[in-house]
Design a protein around this ligand. Sequence first.
Ligand code: NAP
Length: 243
Amino acid sequence: MTLRALLLAGTGEARALADAVSDIPDLHVTASLAGVTRAPVALPVTTRTGGFGGAGGLRDWLVAHRTDLVINATHPFAEQMQANALEACGALDLPCLRLLRPGWPPRPGWIHAATPGDTADALPQGARVLLTIGRKDLAPFHARPDLSCVLRTIEPVPGLPPHIAPMIARPPFTPDQERATMALLGVTHLVTKNAGGPGTAKLDAADALRLTTVVLDRPPPPPGPVVATVAEAVAWLHGKVAV
Ligand code: NAP
């Protein structure tokens, strides 16, 4: 019997997992993208795009597509999708695996923040800031016109105030590129989420330039099965197919 899996995607790990499981016999994987990136790299499995309409919409989708299990490989800070996946899978008694890459180990000098508001509060009056925290969570920075910010995102963000300048760029970046960007912009502070993963060039560049890095710490991990690597997720899936 074919096992039907929903892969909540939107990360490099999700792409790697889709690559790794696309040819497992008796497993049909549908990947799901939120649709926030206009030209996402194609995945080697059936792919759907767009929100489900909350936990209830996801539950309906899982039922309609006779889904047996869910792998949540979204970004570590995609908290709403995580909550929805847990609720929908809980209601249907489906297994829900969280693929959660490890966070970056803390570095000397980091200022840790628990909330986006705390990251803004950590910045001194007049700081020149490279913001790499995405399009959401910007309200505390809108409320700080004393700062001079550059917001780096992959897609344009509408409605930015004059003190938050947009910078559209798609990672990966090398440490040399990051150093050049930070030096050119004359930034004094880097603000980042502890996303984990390979994109540490900005951290290295900020350290090399002796900038202050403000880090939004990870939300707590979800209950239920959690793995840190694609290989572990593949092994978990093989175990499910073998049952
Ligand atoms: P979020 O706050 O957890 O989710 C917001 C809503 O977006 C969800 O309620 C859901 O809408 C929809 N959504 C999110 N991920 C989805 C998916 N894989 N498939 C279908 N719908 C999805 O998420 P977010 O932080 O906005 O991130 C959106 C996407 O960008 C995620 O896939 C995430 O992996 C990726 N991403 C996020 C970050 C970040 O820093 N948060 C960074 C890089 C990439 P409905 O309620 O309508 O179902």
